[in-house]
Design a protein around this ligand. Structure first.
Ligand SMILES: [Fe+2]
Length: 132
C-alpha cells in the first residue's frame, strides 16, 4: 500500500499540471518505499534529489502559466512554492550533513502539503486558466 495513493479528487483538469502531480505523488511514494526498505543514505538521497528537482521544474511550469495568463493570485501562489522549496532545501542540507534522515513524518508532511496545495491553490489556478 503506497503512502499516498493517487486519488482523482486531486485532479485539477489541467492535463500538464495533473501529469506533473501524478509524477510528484509517485516520487513521494518512491521515497517512502526507499525509507521502508531501509535503503542507505545514497539511495534515499538520490530519490530525494529527484523529488526536489522535479518539484522545482513543476513549480516553474506553473509559474510560467501564471505569468502568461496574468493570473490574479500569482504572488500568493508563488510564495507557497517558495516556502516549500525553502523548507525542503533546509532539510536537504541537514540530510546531506548526516544530521537528519528520511522519516515517516517528513513524508506525511510532503503528502499533506501536496494535498492541501493541489486542492486549493492548483485547482484555483487550473480553473482560472480554463476560464472557470
Ligand atoms: Fe502550485
Amino acid at each position: 500500500m503506497p503512502l499516498f495513493p493517487w486519488d482523482d479528487k486531486l485532479k485539477t483538469n489541467h492535463p500538464n499540471i495533473d501529469t506533473d502531480h501524478k509524477k510528484l505523488v509517485d516520487l513521494v511514494n518512491k521515497l517512502y518505499d526507499a525509507m521502508l526498505a531501509g535503503k542507505g543514505k545514497d539511495a534515499c538521497g538520490q530519490v530525494l534529489n529527484e523529488l526536489i528537482n522535479y518539484t522545482k521544474t513543476h513549480f516553474a511550469m506553473e509559474e510560467r502559466l501564471m505569468a502568461t495568463h496574468n493570473y490574479a493570485k500569482t504572488a500568493e501562489h508563488k510564495s507557497e512554492h517558495a516556502k516549500l522549496i525553502k523548507e525542503v532545501s533546509d532539510f536537504k542540507v541537514k540530510f546531506d550533513a548526516g544530521s537528519l534522515t528520511i522519516t515517516a513524518s517528513l513524508l506525511s508532511f510532503l503528502r499533506d502539503w501536496l494535498i492541501n496545495h493541489i486542492s486549493k491553490s492548483d485547482k484555483a489556478l487550473a480553473d482560472s486558466l480554463a476560464g472557470r
